[in-house]
Design a protein around this ligand. Structure first.
Ligand SMILES: C[C@H](O)[C@H](C)C(=O)SCCNC(=O)CCNC(=O)[C@H](O)C(C)(C)COP(=O)([O-])OP(=O)([O-])OC[C@H]1O[C@@H](n2cnc3c(N)ncnc32)[C@H](O)[C@@H]1OP(=O)([O-])[O-]
Length: 715
């Protein structure tokens, strides 16, 4: 929908009307074509301004339409008609001009932007490329290198940067539409030839081949198997080397290869899932739209170790007044210094005032008494946390929320240490807490829905992707990680090496394989968790613990002080303790051979397919158990946890989406296959929910919740 009105006597004002972001749906495109034709043919109209309703110019093509047959006027000729108009057309950009929205503006002869607007061509983040002329017009306007950067990264830029780059003509902090109308009045009668970007030559870099080879190499490396960034480079290359019309044809050809790709579907699923997880629900029926969060302006953090420092920074950057408590004077001093440095550096980088003044420090627990919300990030020890929750329960006001950053301990047990279990939830951040986007909000059986609502709202305010999950061992992320890590260890026992396992997982798209990741986070972290679970028997080689198969390989390395990067030795060798470059370790290879010989294991060749299937399907299977138990409300919750917290490649959609793409019958069949080979490994036993989904005809992922909700016999 678009509306045409005459303003200031001779300006035709076209307003896009499709809340919330005026996406270019079929109806909006039809409205633009109709209103443009009327504006061009109306003699009273001497210039045109295009703007968006509700302070948003346009969020691009309507992503919801991608799954169905496209109807209505196509974008490319619509924009060509605007560019070809013989009356000046000015885009009044407020809020966002993204994707097709910016391409629409690039079809206009002038662009006036509000200072707070965000502009960009983020199609690559949806597995696509700018296919309404953006890959051909932007390079002509701002040059090839700058266009390559914006199109291959999909990053949003400020109006100030857009002005500097040259694709907006004016920036205002006043009324943008008014400024655009005045501008449109001022350019009536001026020649438009040089304002039709498609007719401009593309400024070609001296050695165009070298430039594109260099960019393509970099893009392929960082893409880790994603196809859209590669196609984006090829489209911009067409702009640099072909006349406009041929370049446009190349753009459309490349888009056709992406539009129906599995990766595009996965990335668009992630787009909507990232928004869907904020609409949380609990098994009790409590939901995001029935529980009002409590206001939180004063927060407290207890423990200024690595996690406590990151959480303090994230809270301060979100504008809260924070009191950080650390009882150890040395640790308090070091923590205060680290937090101040991080806040100063971030302020410089973002060009905003620093939030250092918003943080107070204390050695006294009493200092948290008037906080609205307290997050403890002390050492991961149950006895220590029990003691702390008892103290907080008497120090804090009755309605103060008590949150724990534990990554595995029982939330409900900690709640039982207080007089207000309903006010206790987990807020599980991921290291570094001021950088990682994911926040697991963990509710126990006695957590009040308003406590969940408040923690979720605070997560959103901190710029986190917050996912509400139920209390169980390891919550969602770490619980699914256990079978993934165990399968990797079993594969070493059967003949693989850390290099071959990691290569297969990095080939799949993970930034780091399981063994490099383990060396980074420290083998001793998992060792402590296994000890707490009673699984570790120092020096023992037995491969059955608590009635199931167990690999003591990790324990044996830890007993030799091989904790990974921090000790310079782990599954790999490092130049010095703390260095990051992993090198294959001949000692570890002979250690594995000796271990197999002592265990009577016969080594065999293991290919990438088996590594990927066993590690990923075991993880996915645990995901089905989690859905079955309603620990997670839907597959989107699990997928966003893995995409934003565990490096699951976004172009693979997340573990559950990936399973739906592979095909549930295939996942089931492969799990059964490996379970027959390894009957002593319970986590290969297919989840009953997986069975049920397959026997219900493997419905598409957006319909899994119906099957999950349907009453069923446990048999
Ligand atoms: C040819 C052409 O070359 C190609 C092919 C394309 O153009 S491809 C498309 C390229 N465009 C994009 O990649 C921009 C995508 N959007 C955004 O980045 C953000 O939305 C935003 C604009 C910066 C606003 O952020 P926000 O935080 O204020 O609100 P929100 O919660 O995100 O969004 C508010 C609501 O609007 C929905 N929404 C947003 N953009 C949409 C879009 N382009 N299509 C359909 N729905 C959209 C969103 O799902 C949510 O719905 P619901 O969850 O409420 O039901």
């Amino acid at each position: 929908m678009a509306e045409l009105s005459l303003v200031s006597g001779s300006v035709g004002l076209i307003t896009l009307q499709s809340p919330p972001v005026n996406a270019l749906s079929a109806a909006v495109r039809r409205g633009i074509v109709d209103t443009m034709q009327r504006a061009v043919s109306d003699p009273k109209v001497r210039s045109v301004v295009i703007c968006g309703q509700n302070g948003v110019f346009c969020g691009g093509a309507d992503i919801r339409e991608f799954g169905s047959t496209m109807t209505g006027p196509p974008l490319v000729p619509m924009i060509h008609a605007i560019e070809a108009a013989d009356k000046p057309v000015v885009a009044a950009i407020e809020g966002s001009a993204l994707g097709g929205g910016l391409e629409l503006a690039l079809g206009c002869h002038y662009r006036i932007s509000h200072a707070k607007a965000r502009l960009g061509l983020p199609e690559v983040t949806l597995g696509l490329l700018p296919a309404a002329g953006g890959s051909q017009r932007l390079p002509r306007l701002i040059g090839v290198p700058a266009a390559l950067d914006l199109i291959t990264t999909g990053r949003h830029v400020t109006a100030a940067e857009a002005l500097k780059l040259g694709f907006v003509d004016q920036v205002t902090d006043q009324n943008t539409v008014e400024a655009a109308v005045q501008f449109a009045l001022s350019v009536v009668g001026q020649s438009l030839e040089s304002r039709r970007i498609s007719s401009l030559p593309c400024p070609c870099p001296v050695d165009v081949d070298a430039l594109f080879e260099g960019v393509m190499q970099r893009v392929r490396q960082s893409a880790r198997g994603a196809i859209a960034p590669v196609a984006c480079v090829q489209a911009v290359r067409a702009a640099a080397t072909l006349p406009y019309a041929q370049g446009m044809q190349r753009e459309q050809e490349l888009m056709a290869t992406l539009f129906t790709s599995g990766q595009a579907r996965a990335l668009q699923y992630c787009f909507f899932s990232q928004r869907a997880v904020s609409r949380w629900s609990m098994p009790s029926g409590a939901r995001w739209d029935t529980c009002k969060p409590k206001p939180v302006t004063k927060a407290a953090v207890i423990g200024l170790g690595t996690m406590g420092r990151g959480i303090t920074v994230a809270l301060a950057q979100a504008g809260l007044s924070v009191v950080a408590v650390e009882t150890q004077p040395q640790q308090l001093k070091a923590g205060q210094r680290a937090v101040s440095d991080m806040l100063e550096r971030a302020a410089q980088r973002l060009g905003v005032p620093s939030a250092v003044q918003g943080v107070r420090y204390s050695q006294e627990l009493q200092a948290v008494a008037d906080a609205h919300l307290v997050i403890e990030a002390v050492f991961e020890d149950m006895a220590l946390k029990e003691q702390l929750f008892k103290q907080l329960s008497s120090i804090c006001k009755p309605d103060t929320l008590l949150c724990t950053n534990t990554s595995a301990l029982d939330i409900d047990h900690l709640a039982s240490q207080t007089h207000r279990p309903q006010q206790v939830v987990g807020m599980h951040f991921f290291a570094p807490a001021h950088v990682m986007k994911l926040l697991e909000v963990v509710y126990g059986p006695r957590s009040a829905p308003q406590a969940v609502a408040t923690a979720m709202a605070l997560g959103k305010r901190m710029g986190k992707v917050s996912v509400a999950v139920g209390n169980c061992r390891g919550f969602v992320g770490n619980r699914m990680l256990m079978p993934y890590v165990e399968e990797a260890l079993f594969l070493l026992e059967e003949g693989a090496t850390p290099e071959t396992v990691d290569h297969a997982l990095e080939e799949f798209g993970f930034p780091m394989g399981v063994f490099r990741m383990s060396d980074l986070s420290g083998l001793d972290v998992g060792w402590r968790v296994r000890k707490a679970a009673g699984l570790v028997e120092p020096g023992k080689m037995s491969r059955v613990r608590q009635g199931r198969r167990y690999s003591p390989l990790g324990d044996l390395l830890c007993e030799q002080g091989r904790f990974g990067q921090k000790t310079g030795q782990g599954w790999y060798l490092y130049e010095t303790p703390g260095s990051r470059e992993a090198r294959p370790d001949p000692w570890l290879h002979s250690f594995l051979e000796e271990y197999r010989a002592r265990q009577g294991l016969v080594s065999r060749r293991i290919d990438s397919q088996e590594v990927q299937e066993r590690c990923l399907y075991a993880l996915i299977n645990e995901g089905f158990n989690i859905l079955q138990e309603s620990i997670a409300a839907g597959p989107e919750d699990i997928d966003m946890i893995y995409v934003f917290g565990y490096g699951w490649p976004r172009h693979r959609g997340g573990p559950m989406f990936y399973a739906s793409q592979v095909g549930l019958p295939r996942v089931l069949q492969r799990l059964e296959h490996y379970q027959q080979l390894h009957p002593d490994v319970p986590h290969l036993q297919p989840s009953s929910l997986l069975w049920r989904l397959v026997s219900s005809g493997s419905p598409p992922i957006h319909r899994w919740r119906e099957v999950i909700r349907k009453p069923h016999s446990a048999l």
